[in-house]
Design a protein around this ligand. Structure first.
Ligand code: KIV
Ligand code: ZN
Length: 528
């Protein structure tokens, strides 16, 4: 549904959460999670999903291919450098998509030419043309990005863009790769290209901004004012370093200030909150409380004078309605006696697509929770649905965990864990604290030792009996693995999340034995 329908021109929303967003440290997602996010993006109404960088790893290839085959509605895009191997691999992943796009990129700034690529301008021009031509031989819809465009000499940028258009590019993206631009200057680049590039009217101009100086959204909007008609963005502003332009902020700016921008998008804004939550959940990267549009405090009014104004007339202090971004009210939704049907309806209303088996599991967990906890909120149901989505076939299953801690005692823990072959293993350990003792006991059972990088517990709803969600990021063999779990007992949630990390490592080890190339990746320094 086009919520901004009207006489306005269309602004294309290109989401790169699954590509640039996934390049965020610790944000890696597995195949099932990527599919879930892609489906949520399609539901949200984005026009283009950049699903990954197929040559980067077999996992990336598989995800782009699965999304191309299964997620319909948006155009599905895959990234490639300007070389044959990258472009061929991207096409192999995308070829089954009803609406495919190949996105080729090549750095153009002097600093990248000299120090990274060791190429003269002539070679850059030649390779850009070859890359676009090859992509075009597979697919009509080709996007070209001169990487680090905002630091490229304007004359040379004009030349590269003109050649890329002649070779068949249909979208020209102008990345502010290192977040260096400021709005007036970035907007002026678009105005310059529109004035000086032959054939510019045949293509869509696109903005792609990073947030190193906190200006990604402002820069993108400046480009829009100067004629860009595609914005590349990510949910929650996820992305390399300080992140990319936040989709939810651009959307609400364009909508709230429709009087100024006079543009329409296909985004159903009521789904923004759900999509933001889903991405935060699968990546384990929580949104800061005061984040614009989707932060917990975005619509909270604390000062008495503001509250008074709000009660008299909402628009005194609120420029957007919380309902318009889909902010759920904290309310009691279900109780101990609610049936399977009511739960299924609620899960669907909250935006989760679960199969029968998963729904059954959510229902069973809901009953257990209802016995432990008086009131069940939307946030609890969301957490139950997300926990079921996150759980895959497991090698190890936690049966029981106990621990002993307190001042004057040495913290200790005991765990009891099933192996999938039917054996049960018990172990105990001392630790620096109860959680450390639990993790050490689990490592003893499974024989897998990890380096813990991050451990967080947060409450998923309200009240003293609220469920706690544990999130863990660990390193194993130089790669990051995440796990998360919920329980009303935070020690149990922590143990479950840690077992999930161990299971993911075990699965990865088994897969890499079958496919030795699985662990091989393109050096990350080649993409920004
Ligand atoms: O930031 C950047 O330059 C990129 C390109 C690959 C488009 O992400
Ligand atoms: Zn980028």
């Amino acid at each position: 549904m086009n919520e901004n329908a009207g006489p306005y021109e269309h602004l294309i929303i290109f989401d790169t959460t699954l590509r640039d967003g996934e390049q965020s440290p610790g944000a890696s997602m597995n195949l099932a999670e990527k599919l879930e996010v892609a489906r949520a993006l399609a539901d949200l109404g984005v026009d283009v999903i950049e699903a990954g960088f197929p040559i980067a790893s077999p996992g990336d290839f598989e995800a782009v291919q699965a999304i191309a085959r299964q997620v319909h509605g948006p155009t599905i895009c895959g990234l490639a450098r300007c070389n044959n191997a990258d472009i061929d691999r991207a096409w192999e992943a995308l070829r089954d998509a009803p609406k495919p796009r190949i996105h080729v990129f090549l750095a153009t700034s002097a600093i990248h030419r000299e120090f990274k690529l060791h190429m003269a301008k002539e070679e850059i021009l030649r390779r850009a043309v070859e890359g676009v031509t090859r992509a075009k031989s597979y697919c009509d819809n080709v996007e070209f990005s001169p990487e680090d465009a905002s630091r490229t000499e304007l004359d040379f940028l004009v030349e590269v863009v003109e050649k890329a258009i002649e070779a068949g590019a249909t979208t020209i993206n102008i990345p502010d790769t290192v977040g260096y631009a400021v709005p007036d200057q970035y907007g002026a680049i678009f105005a310059h290209l529109r004035k000086h590039v032959r054939g510019i009217d045949k293509v869509v101009l696109s903005a792609h901004c990073h947030d190193d100086l906190g200006m990604a959204v402002a820069n993108s909007l400046a480009a829009v004012v100067s004629g860009a008609r595609q914005v590349e963005c990510t949910i929650n502003g996820l992305g390399e370093r300080a992140g990319n332009c936040a989709l939810e902020e651009v959307i609400m700016a364009v909508r709230t200030r429709g009087d100024f921008f006079q543009l329409a998008t296909n985004i159903t804004t009521r789904k923004l909150h759900h999509t933001s939550r889903l991405v935060a959940h699968v990546t384990g990267i929580q949104v800061q409380r005061n984040k614009a549009v989707v932060g917990q405090n975005a619509f909270a009014h604390e000062a008495g004078i503001h509250q008074d104004g709000m009660l008299k007339e909402r628009s005194t202090y609120e420029i957007m309605n919380p309902e318009d971004v889909g902010l759920p009210k904290t309310e009691l939704v279900l109780g101990k006696h609610s049936g399977r049907h009511a739960l299924r309806e609620r899960v669907l209303e909250l935006g989760y697509h679960l199969d029968e088996q998963q729904l059954q599991k959510v229902f069973e967990n809901f009953k257990v929770l209802a016995d432990r906890k008086k009131t069940i909120y939307d946030a609890d149901v969301e957490a139950l649905a997300e926990a079921v989505m996150a759980s895959g076939p497991a090698l190890w299953t936690l049966e029981a965990v106990t621990c002993n801690a307190g001042s004057g005692t040495i913290p200790s823990a005991a765990v009891c864990i099933w192996h999938k072959d039917g054996t049960i293993v018990r172990e105990a350990s001392l630790g620096d604290g109860p959680v450390d003792a639990v993790f050490k006991a689990i490592e003893r059972v499974t024989g897998i030792e990890v380096e813990l990088r991050d451990f967080r517990v947060r409450s998923v709803s309200v009240g003293e009996d609220a469920q706690g969600e544990a999130h863990i990021e660990a390193f194993y063999n130089g790669r990051s693995v995440t796990g998360r779990a919920i329980s009303t007992d935070i020690i149990e949630a922590s143990a479950l999340a840690f077992v999930q990390v161990i299971n993911r490592i075990a699965m990865r080890k088994a897969q890499s034995r079958l496919h030795p190339q699985t662990e091989k990746e393109v050096p990350a320094s080649t993409v920004v």
